[in-house]
Design a protein around this ligand. Structure first.
Ligand SMILES: O=C(O)[C@H](O)[C@@H](O)[C@H](O)[C@H](O)COP(=O)(O)O
Length: 230
């Protein structure tokens, strides 16, 4: 595995350590390039990190944030990743320029081209990408059982509409190349079950079987896995 595993005693320590690193990366980006950009995860696990980051003294008006993926839902839906971000980081740092993935189109397939156009004008590379991981090895919404997965693991588009029979809601996800178009990428996970998946992902096998392999194996972007037992 090229990405080191960083083990923390608990979720709070993990969240504070990752918030320290994010604060330093954003502060450096603002000092050297005048602005910073990041792509942030959905799901439940990242909330302590997003809350911790919101307490940091960053020039938030110079930061642009998007999501690594979202469920194709109106922004006020409680299942929307944008809603989670609004309730955590954006509640504490409302000056952030938030670029949502959901754009009101009736389906992610119908919204994909406009979303790609929006993403193409964002700074490249991101300063930081953080993604969660599911127990099937998916990252962002790159689900192993999504029929269109192959086109999201490769190719020029920054985002893809994806549907997984095992996951609720159709999704719009950054593609693997766009996730890796970053100065730093961190996979944030907790719990024994996800640690076991990570260990399986270190074995030989296709990226399409456990998409997290696409982050663990590459050498283009400095990557790490942050894990705590709970
Ligand atoms: O919208 C989503 O579902 C995600 O972005 C997804 O990739 C998530 O990060 C993992 O499924 C882990 O989710 P939990 O942290 O809730 O286990």
């Amino acid at each position: 595995m090229t990405a080191p595993l960083c083990v923390f005693p608990d979720a709070a320590t993990l969240a504070e350590t990752l918030a320290d690193e994010a604060e330093a990366l954003l502060t450096d980006a603002i000092a050297t390039r005048g602005g910073a950009s990041l792509a942030l995860p959905g799901g439940r696990t990242p909330s302590p990190f997003l809350i911790a980051l919101g307490k940091r003294a960053v020039e938030w008006a110079k930061v642009t944030a998007t999501l690594v993926d979202d469920r194709w839902l109106p922004p006020d839906s409680p299942d929307s990743n944008a809603a989670t971000l609004r309730a955590t980081l954006l509640a504490a740092a409302p000056a952030i320029r938030f670029v949502p993935l959901f754009n009101g189109a009736p389906t992610p397939e119908a919204g994909e081209a406009a979303c790609a156009a929006t993403l193409r004008v964002l700074a490249s590379p991101f300063d930081l990408v953080v993604t969660g991981m599911g127990e099937d090895g998916h990252v962002a919404s790159l689900f192993p059982d999504a029929p269109d997965l192959a086109s999201a693991l490769d190719g020029p588009s920054p985002c893809r509409a994806l549907r997984s029979p095992s996951a609720p809601h159709p999704r719009l996800s950054l593609t693997l190349p766009r996730l890796l178009d970053s100065r730093r990428i961190v996979v944030l996970i907790t719990g024994a079950a996800k640690r076991a998946v990570l260990e399986r992902a270190q074995e030989d096998g296709p990226v399409a079987e456990l998409p997290v392999r696409g982050i663990l194996r590459q050498t283009r972007t400095p990557a790490a896995v942050f894990w705590s037992p709970a």
